[in-house]
Design a protein around this ligand. Structure first.
Ligand SMILES: Nc1nc2c(ncn2[C@@H]2O[C@H](COP(=O)(O)OP(=O)(O)OP(=O)(O)O)[C@@H](O)[C@H]2O)c(=O)[nH]1
Ligand SMILES: [Mg+2]
Length: 465
């Protein structure tokens, strides 16, 4: 775990609850001066000292002027067994922005400084209280918009995922130590190279297991990626706005209105969807449209579900067939729109054309069929979440870690291919590839992460966490 030689030595303070009027507001301090400052500004009628992890009632006052600022509870958590690993003090006071500002000001006057975003958690990381996987889980938990996202983030804060990564790292280090010892001493002793293939294959299997849980984790964390596609002008943006119940994207009578893909969060029947409105796809686009179509196809490639929209007032054509072909690897839901313009089912939008029974007829103009569409979407959502098997229920890597895990697996995969094709590999090559893999693994946990990476991660936090 990362132990920064330049560990912070100053004391930080921040309001840990949202700014605004509330029942209670919590001010948090961390650092060597946290307890000395508390002793100067807080007085209890009953206690003369602060037992560890025990809430003490008392008054906060301004020592310079002697006036009482508020009364409330003080909680002392001495390091190293605290959130940050340093001495931490929390003051629970009345949630008045004026009071909390005055008390914070007095604390700063006595030697603390205002904390930056995520600085408490950054300290927890620097003092080895958590690794980077856990620190990122903290911010994801705070940001979670749905219960499943919160549960998923919370599971990453537990040690299990980190333990799995540690297991992979230990196994790699073990093989590397053997190989490097052999390289170093081989000149003196005539021994055969250590057998490493079996362990490397085992490590690769573990990496695949962790990677395999990523899609399930992303769905729980962010929602089901659902892309609305179809020809230009079929009413994709109108449906998108209708489902979201807001005017999120531009609708005009002119084909080719939507160019860049736009996304928003939709919750239906307790399931979260990341809903995308995209540029219409057609066979002979102009150059600007072409760029939008490429982006649409990229998103379709990543989608968990695709809603293919047809214009029910016109007969299906080659563009419709081409779009269905582009989505044939995806789970799809067909929506025949503009039903207000036709009588009956309109043209031949049969299940044969749409390749399955998932077909809903709607009018985005009159809202006819929209409830049926929502209910079909909600059913799809439940089905997709239900497909997340119990083996993929464990904590999953987030996007940053998943990308790095790809970089861990690549050199290992190269080694396995060579083992299969060549039988034996030079120990120097094994050592080089394993070192490369280990480097990426250490970036996941933060053992090897530069300040730029840390800044980017902790900037996502709020002040006070
Ligand atoms: N009559 C009728 N018109 C509709 C319906 N849905 C959308 N429209 C109209 O169709 C036109 C195109 O709608 P959009 O939602 O912009 O279509 P789009 O598929 O997003 O189009 P592009 O972004 O150009 O690909 C607009 O004039 C809408 O008002 C519908 O159910 N019935
Ligand atoms: Mg549009």
């Amino acid at each position: 775990m990362k132990q920064d030689p330049n560990k912070p030595v100053d004391t930080i303070v921040a309001l840990s609850t949202p700014y605004g009027c509330s029942g209670i507001g919590v001010i948090r301090m961390s650092g060597p001066e946290a307890i000395p400052i508390l002793l100067k500004i807080f007085r209890s009628m009953t206690e003369t000292e602060f037992p560890n992890r025990t809430a003490i009632y008392g008054t906060v006052f301004n020592p310079r002027e002697g006036n009482v600022l508020d009364d409330g509870l003080a909680l002392v958590m001495r390091g190293p067994h605290s959130y940050t690993g340093e001495d931490v003090v929390e003051l629970s006071l009345h949630g008045s922005p004026a009071v909390l500002e005055m008390v914070t000001h007095v604390i700063v006057e006595h030697g603390a400084r205002h904390a930056a975003r995520g600085e408490f958690t950054r300290r927890a990381f620097l003092f080895g209280r958590m690794n980077l996987v856990q620190a990122e889980a903290v911010i994801d938990l705070i940001d979670a918009k749905t219960a499943s996202a919160a549960i998923e983030a919370r599971s990453r804060m537990d040690k299990r995922l980190s333990a799995e990564i540690l297991e992979i790292s230990d196994a790699l280090k073990d093989v590397m130590a053997k190989i490097e010892a052999y390289i170093d001493f081989d000149e003196e002793e005539e021994s055969s190279a250590p057998q490493t293939e079996h362990t490397i294959r085992e490590v690769f299997r573990k990496i695949e297991t962790v990677q395999g849980r990523a899609r399930a984790g992303r769905i729980r964390r962010e929602g089901i990626v659902t892309v609305i596609t179809g020809k230009p002008n079929v009413g994709k943006s109108t449906l998108f706005n209708l489902l979201l119940n807001k005017e999120r994207t531009i609708v005009t009578p002119y084909p080719g209105t939507t160019r860049d893909p736009v996304d928003d969060c939709l919750v239906l029947g307790g399931t979260a969807f990341v809903l995308w409105d995209t540029a219409g796809i057609r066979q002979h686009p102009d150059p600007v449209e072409e760029e939008g179509i490429l982006r649409t196809k990229d998103i379709i490639g990543e989608a968990d579900l695709v809603i293919v929209v047809f214009d029910g007032s016109k007969p299906p054509d080659g563009d419709d067939t081409m779009i269905l072909e582009a989505c044939k690897k995806n789970q799809t839901l067909a929506v025949v729109n503009k039903m207000d313009l036709v009588k009956g089912m309109g043209h031949s939008f049969s299940t044969e054309l749409t390749g399955g029974p998932n077909l809903v007829a709607v009018s985005a103009k009159t809202h006819e069929g929209i409830e049926a569409l929502k209910s079909a979407l909600s059913d799809f959502g439940k089905k997709i979440v239900g497909q997340i098997s119990p083996t993929t229920q464990g904590a999953a890597l987030n996007a940053r870690c998943l990308e790095l895990m790809g970089a861990v697996s690549m050199p290992i995969k190269r080694l396995l291919t060579r083992f299969t094709e060549e039988g034996t590999i030079l120990p120097e090559i094994i050592s080089y590839e394993l070192r490369t893999a280990l480097g990426s693994l250490e970036e996941i946990t933060g053992e090897r992460a530069d300040d730029g990476v840390l800044d980017r991660i902790f900037e996502r936090f709020c002040v006070g966490k």
